[in-house]
Ligand binder design. Structure first.
Ligand SMILES: Nc1nc2c(ncn2[C@@H]2O[C@H](COP(=O)(O)OP(=O)(O)OP(=O)(O)O)[C@@H](O)[C@H]2O)c(=O)[nH]1
Ligand SMILES: [Mg+2]
Length: 391
């Protein structure tokens, strides 16, 4: 791997035979079948359809809890926003939220976080509350409580569970809470008594999402979503842990074959000097999207630098691939020129090997059938010849 990469002067490309794209088995089979039959256009059209379908998937997250518990603050945190910027949910105990307010994710509008009205503690009826906030709209519920979880929180969780949806208890302000470990322990007892696993309680701090249980919460949310919704949520999650990044990459990888097919099979244009045709504009978009998904653009990096107080030059020093702003048609063509021969050759050889092996099997079968038929033809039916015994 290294030798080849350095020869290409594109170490971040990291191409080697093992690094060829992974694809879920069923996609691979479908792709092979389509390409094997030479039905490339049809495969590309199917891939386009699949990508468009994936782009339309939406996620609705409900954030609820008692008044003043930190709901609005958490709504901003999930969306990677500061509290007092344009589009942020209003913070402050005096500003009681009276109805569900939708807050779309600033970069991933398919993900909406809903700031639900506070659970009033007087005469609280979970079923009425859930009806009022339109329960069926949400993919899952996050119940916030800044102290220990109260009777109402747990009652609400039970009703959510009864109606077949998932809930997560989040305790923000853990930064203020010096004895949180002790409290966590106490809480475990309470929740277990009510038949709820303490694994559903996540301690977080608004100021540092990389700490405490926020990474674990991200992972749990993704794992418990239906498979087809995972990528949509993952892409919107802030990059605060290696585990989340790894999952993000894994999910994005499942679309690579589709994207390649669409690029080469739909609006493909021959590239001068290259023996391939593809839709370069689409590839530019895809690379830029990857950068956005991983926060590799000037804006995200400077926001990160401000937040972590690490100089931006230090962050940039460890980045080997081009930032979003640097990705242009020319760059994509340059990358393609340097990287196109290996995978193409590999794929061509692999395909040809498969086809040749399959052909030979058929030839062998035809041969055997023919051979037996020929053998038999020497011996008319009913002829008691010793030679037949060898069959
Ligand atoms: N230290 C600390 N303070 C927090 C955290 N999360 C929220 N707060 C503070 O808690 C207070 C209430 O937060 P909000 O987000 O307005 O609470 P809310 O549940 O939306 O309140 P209502 O809409 O009035 O029901 C604010 O002063 C926040 O700054 C946290 O993780 N750490
Ligand atoms: Mg609020």
């Amino acid at each position: 791997g290294t030798k080849l990469s350095s020869a290409l002067e594109l170490p971040w490309l990291g191409i080697d035979a093992k690094g060829l794209p992974k694809l879920p088995k069923e996609h691979m089979e479908a792709l092979k079948a389509a390409l094997g039959e030479g039905n490339f256009t049809e495969a590309a059209a199917k891939a386009k359809e699949a990508l468009e379908k994936a782009d339309k998937i939406t996620i609705n997250i409900a954030v609820t809890g008692e008044a003043g518990s930190g709901k609005s603050s958490f709504v901003n945190a999930i969306r990677g926003l500061k509290d007092r910027v344009h589009g942020a949910a209003a913070i402050g105990v005096t500003e009681m939220t009276m109805e569900a307010i939708a807050y779309p994710h600033p970069t991933y509008p398919n993900v909406t976080v809903w700031d639900l009205p506070g659970i009033g503690t007087q005469k609280f009826k979970p079923d009425k509350y859930l009806e009022k906030v339109e329960f069926s709209l949400y993919d899952f519920f996050i119940i916030i409580s800044c102290t220990r979880f109260k009777y109402h929180d747990i009652e609400l969780a039970q009703e959510i569970q009864r109606l077949g949806k998932k809930f997560y208890f989040v305790r923000p302000k853990v930064d203020q809470d010096l004895t949180n470990e002790k409290r966590h322990y106490e809480e475990e007892g309470i929740l277990n008594q009510r038949g709820m696993a303490s694994s559903r309680v996540f301690l977080v701090s608004r100021g540092d999402l990389g700490k405490y249980d926020y990474p674990k919460l991200q992972e749990t949310l993704v794992d418990e979503l239906p498979g087809h919704k995972r990528l949509t949520l993952l892409r919107s999650l802030s990059n605060v842990s290696k585990e989340t990044l790894e999952k993000k990459k894994e999910q994005l990888q499942t679309q690579i074959w589709w994207k390649s097919l669409v690029s080469c099979g739909i609006a493909a244009v021959p590239i001068p000097g290259l023996s391939i045709a593809c839709d370069v504009a689409m590839l530019v978009t895809s690379l830029k999207e990857f950068c956005r998904d991983f926060g590799l653009d000037e804006n995200s990096l400077s926001a990160l630098a401000r937040r972590t107080k690490v100089p931006i030059a230090e962050l940039k020093a460890v980045i080997k691939s081009p930032l979003s702003e640097k990705i242009t048609k020319d760059l994509v063509i340059e990358i393609l020129t340097k990287s196109v021969s290996l995978p193409t050759t590999y794929f061509m050889l692999q395909n040809f090997l498969d086809a040749a092996a399959a052909d030979t099997v058929r030839v062998l079968e035809a041969n055997e059938t023919g051979f037996l038929a020929q053998m038999l033809s020497h011996f008319p039916p009913g002829c008691p010849c010793p030679g037949r015994s060898f069959l």
